[in-house]
Design a protein around this ligand. Structure first.
Ligand code: DX5
Ligand code: ZN
Length: 214
């Protein structure tokens, strides 16, 4: 069963509480929260206090996507408000140690790769991951076009995860819509992040049901 993790990046933060309720009622599986520091990516979003408020009002797991430089400096703070906690392979943190720290703090660990990173570079870290996130756009902004190169990466990772006998969620993030979602699922994605496609819809529940039915 495919999981859906809506990204609130392009939502209206003043109506977020009722939007989250609508999404929960629509049956989404988690909530994707994009943390940006203006250094690792050329955009700034939100941090621990905002996620903490969301956590108080949400009934579903929080899937926190750190797009910050040297994220190991902030793992403790974010782990306290996350269920899945992911960081970028390219962000300058010791990879294995950071993944292990996330698990030790009681969260599911997620390693994320940018479009410039080849999946083979992270194979050795798979045993320490509960989820791997393949970016299908350059991280930093919602509403971008899906990069088809992500599909090959997903398939390679799906095969390597099976080869290593692991059970890891494979998440894809960026440009997911009714056309690209089936392609990502066919390539091995088990969790779909969707921002604009869900939040730009009049009928968010309908959009979620549409993706779930693909
Ligand atoms: C981009 C973020 C994404 C983004 C997805 O850096 O990581 O989570 O919000 O948004 P859409 O689905 O609009 O591409
Ligand atoms: Zn994201």
């Amino acid at each position: 069963m495919i999981k859906i993790s809506p990204s609130v990046l392009t939502s209206d933060f003043l109506t977020l509480k009722s939007d989250i309720e609508k999404l929960e009622n629509a049956g989404v599986d988690m909530l994707h929260l994009d943390v940006m520091d203006g250094i690792f990516v050329p955009n700034i979003s939100f941090g621990v206090p905002v996620i903490n408020s969301i956590k108080k009002h949400s009934r579903i797991p929080l899937d926190v996507h750190l797009m910050i430089d040297r994220p190991h400096r902030y793992i403790k703070e974010f782990a306290a408000v996350s269920d899945y906690l992911g960081f970028h392979f390219e962000a300058g943190s010791p990879v294995k140690e950071t993944l292990c720290e996330i698990r030790e703090l009681g969260c599911k660990s997620c390693l994320t790769i940018k479009p410039c990173t080849e999946p083979q570079e992270i194979y050795e870290f798979l045993p320490y991951c509960d989820m791997v996130l393949v970016m299908s756009v350059e991280p930093g902004f919602g509403g971008q076009k899906f990069m088809p190169s992500a599909l090959t990466k997903l398939s390679l990772l799906r095969d390597e995860i099976a080869r290593q006998g692991l059970h890891i969620e494979l998440e894809v993030d960026g440009g997911i819509n009714a056309e690209t979602a089936p392609q990502a699922i066919a390539a091995g994605a088990t969790v779909l992040v969707a921002g604009n496609y869900i939040f730009s819809a009049e009928d968010m529940k309908g959009r979620v049901e549409q993706i779930k039915a693909l």
